[in-house]
Design a protein around this ligand. Structure first.
Ligand code: ZN
Ligand code: ZN
Length: 316
């Protein structure tokens, strides 16, 4: 276990006795982005990408993550800029609220991030997609806010798939810093309010589940696709409906494969679990993207994906 390369801060060993399970884990964002970009590049070079996700797309995702890291480093969010989001976050008593279109319109931080990502990365994209992304950066704030609102409310089909990835990348650098600045309640023992596989801080869907290693061996957390918070979920209960009767775990290739899939016969949802206890190099977003072939097999069995990958939106 390369603890110094984990984006999760180590446990405070100076506290005596058995420590309570932390309900929320906030990542060290710069380490998270670095790990994600490096993992995408490793997966990119490993097998040339799966049939569903071409190798060049994993490389593109790595470049976008590197730009997210650079944006956060060069233009960190101020407490004042974070304030409108702080008011919406779940507080341990109530669930997170979705932002209004007018809030999204007036918060320019994420729009600046979106435009920067398009400006830097679109020259490497197919001409037609690059042109439509460029047009979108020239549109008014109301248009951008309406598209962002559609994504945050889960109506992904209302936004072109190419634009979704860039808009979400901009929204994500905004939310992840805002949540970290707010130091949400629930970071202690109190279980945060969470509906299904939705983040208790911001309400966005999980990207997947993570079984930790090291100091927190075996504990399961879900990871937010928007604000990157991890929240604790007990194992052996469905992450989506909480049912315990018909939860099954599937492995592919070998029984101790590092990627496991949890399916539920009650709600017919499924979510991938990334077993860092079996392979500490796994990264939820990167390894999910590189294993989308598993999803096709599960969907053929009638299961519905509960997770959202910020690089693969359900398209229209
Ligand atoms: Zn979140
Ligand atoms: Zn279920």
């Amino acid at each position: 276990m390369r603890n110094n390369f984990s984006d999760i801060p180590p446990l405070d060993k100076t506290v005596p006795g058995v420590q309570a399970i932390e309900q929320l884990l906030q990542p060290r964002l710069h380490v998270l982005y670095r790990r994600r970009a490096e993992r995408l590049r490793v997966l990119d070079s490993a097998d040339g990408g799966s049939d569903e996700v071409s190798s060049s797309y994993l490389g593109f995702a790595a470049r976008l993550v590197e730009e997210q890291a650079r944006f956060v480093e060069e233009t960190p969010l101020s407490a004042e800029q974070a304030m409108p989001i702080s008011a919406l976050l779940g507080d341990g008593l109530s669930a997170a609220e979705k932002p209004s279109v007018s809030l999204l319109e007036s918060s320019v931080y994420w729009q600046d991030a979106f435009k920067a990502f398009v400006r830097i990365l679109s020259p490497q994209m197919p001409q037609q997609i690059a042109a439509s992304l460029h047009d979108l950066t020239q549109s008014d704030k109301a248009t951008l806010a309406a598209k962002a609102s559609a994504l945050l409310n889960g109506t992904y089909e209302d936004v072109e798939a190419g634009a979704s990835v860039f808009l979400w990348a901009g929204l994500s650098v905004f939310w992840s810093q805002a949540v970290a600045l707010a130091q949400p309640h629930g970071a202690g023992e109190e279980a945060p309010v969470s509906h299904g596989a939705s983040c208790p801080c911001c309400g966005a869907p999980a990207s997947g589940g993570l079984v930790l290693t090291g100091d927190r061996e075996g504990l399961r957390y879900l990871q937010c696709s928007l604000c990157e918070t991890r929240w604790h979920k007990v194992r052996a209960a469905c992450t989506m409906c909480g049912g315990t009767e018909h939860v099954d775990y599937w492995s592919f290739d070998t029984t101790d494969a590092p990627i496991q899939v949890e399916t539920c016969g009650d709600c017919h949802g499924y979510i991938k679990l990334f077993r860092q206890d079996r392979d500490p190099d796994l990264e939820v977003v990167a390894d999910d993207l590189a294993s989308l072939g598993l999803d096709a097999a599960l969907e053929e069995q009638g299961f519905i994906r509960a997770a959202l990958n910020p690089f693969s939106f359900p398209s229209r």
